[in-house]
Design a protein around this ligand. Structure first.
Ligand code: FA5
Length: 344
């Protein structure tokens, strides 16, 4: 019996060392097969006494069952491992490579418009907008440009019908605000918007562009207030060392009127080909709101005065970022747009 126990542990050890289905099968034949070790033990029973035989037989059966159970468990285990190995080696990747994702940027015209509006909001101005399809009344009449006035030709545009047109300047928002807020003086507004003119498209002109109108109406507003405000604007946009220059000009809705230049961003005023050797670049039109414009809106021009200005946002973008052709701001060329990272 002692021999049987050591034989059993010998068999189990052999089985434990086998780590493939082939090895296990070989051991099964060696241990449980017709000519195997267990069968050989059975044969020994013949030589035993009647008392020893049943005990020995029971013990051999027990060994046989144990080995059998061990083998079938081990076979299950090894089959599982083999299936997993096979699945891993035969795996096909059916997914497509992911498309690389690009974040969009804010358009430079949006960046510039927001920067200007935010600056004026910080000085107490409110943002006001108006319709792009505008009444002739607000675009021309209230801006002191009556029907058949030759100044209309300079801003020839797209008429929708006899009364309505695509607005030619944000001064149309100014004249609306004057009327709407005539009883809530003082007025301080900054008005961004798309504008349209029947201009021939070239490097500096587009049939659609963006303007921002600034308007301040209060008692005792003077030309020096306008100049100081525009200096703040120029320095905020182009740097602390920016200077501005006012040149006499003419608009029907301001008196006096000025054209405002900034020192050339390229040569800092010494003269170069960008500023045509003058050292200055034109940025916007401005002036003191014409008394007749105030009166047409219902505001007492004896008591109140104010200034207005209209800045070309496309022009400001071109100056600040050195964009040489205005048309590239409207063609969605991603090489240009990629230069303006919205996370800057
Ligand atoms: C006006 O439109 C006036 N309403 C500005 C103004 C407002 C004056 C308030 C006084 C008081 P002007 O036509 O010069 O002015 O246009 C102003 C700016 O718009 C120009 O300096 C220029 O930067 C821009 N601009 C005009 N036409 C075009 C165009 N076709 N393409 C791109 N920008 C243009």
């Amino acid at each position: 019996m002692k021999d049987l126990d050591s034989l059993k542990s010998e068999m189990i050890q052999k089985l434990m060392a086998a780590d493939s289905l082939v090895d296990i099968e070989q051991l099964r034949i060696e241990l449980l097969g017709k000519k195997g070790q267990v069968q050989a033990l059975m044969k020994k029973m013949r030589d035993l006494s009647n008392e020893e035989r049943p005990l020995f037989g029971a013990k051999v059966n027990e060994i046989k069952n144990e080995i059998d159970t061990y083998i079938s468990n081990r076979v299950q285990e090894l089959m599982k491992v083999e299936i997993e190995k096979k699945l891993a080696s035969e795996k096909i990747d059916i997914t497509l490579p992911e498309k690389s994702f690009k974040y969009g940027n804010q358009h430079p015209l949006t960046i510039m418009s927001e920067a200007i509006c935010e600056l004026f909001e910080s000085m107490g101005y409110a943002v006001e907008e108006g319709p792009e399809v505008e009444l002739d009344l607000y675009n021309f009449e209230r801006a002191n440009i009556p029907e058949n006035h030759p100044a209309r030709e300079m801003q020839d545009t797209f008429f929708v019908d006899v009364e309505r047109l695509l607005r030619t300047h944000t001064t149309a928002i100014q004249t609306r605000v004057l009327e709407e807020q005539k009883d809530q003086l003082p007025i301080r507004v900054i008005c961004p918007g798309k504008t349209y003119r029947r201009d021939e498209d070239d490097a500096t002109h587009s049939h659609q562009f963006i303007q921002i109108e600034g308007l301040l109406i209060d008692e005792n507003i003077k030309m020096t207030d306008l100049k100081g405000t525009l200096e703040v604007l120029a320095q905020n946009l182009f740097g602390e060392d920016q200077r501005i220059r006012l040149r006499p000009s003419y608009f029907q809705f301001t008196e006096p009127s000025v054209e405002v230049d900034v020192t050339c961003f390229n040569c800092k005023g010494s003269g170069c080909n960008v500023c045509k050797e003058s050292g200055w670049i034109e940025l916007l039109g401005a002036g003191m709101v014409h008394p007749h414009v105030l009166e047409m809106a219902g505001i007492d021009s004896e008591k109140y005065s104010g200034f207005a200005f209209g800045i070309g946002v496309d022009r400001a973008v071109m100056l600040k970022y050195g964009v040489s052709d205005i048309r590239s701001l409207y063609t969605n060329d991603t090489r240009l747009l990629a230069m303006f990272d919205r996370f800057d």
